[in-house]
Design a protein around this ligand. Sequence first.
Ligand code: MN
Length: 130
Amino acid sequence: MKKVLVIEDNSDNAKLIGYALKRHGYDVIVADSGVKGIELAQNQIFAFILMDIDLPGIDGLEATSRIRGSMDLREIPIIAVTSYAMAGDVARIVAAGCTGYFEKPIDPLTIVDDIESLISRTSNAAGEKR
Ligand code: MN
């Protein structure tokens, strides 16, 4: 089964997205801090990572940069899920290495399809560049 890493400190949000992912056949692992998320990302294989930006300790931008620092994890899709997607923040989210982002509140009925199509769009674009 494909596994997804959800890095999210709010347990209600984690449950909501986790439920949506499980309905689509994913196995879901939740980390409630950036540090725990980085460790999991480095030690298990995930289809993609969902990254809350507002996290205790290091934030989601820093966690994304650190995950991208691992050779094996340069290409893994990291999707930011953020409540503050204002113009400047979008630039910072992209600069940190996120593949894309979705704004909260997420719609549990559509979010997984939206994530999958974002990932397939971005991986096609990466393939064309090679
Ligand atoms: Mn949060």
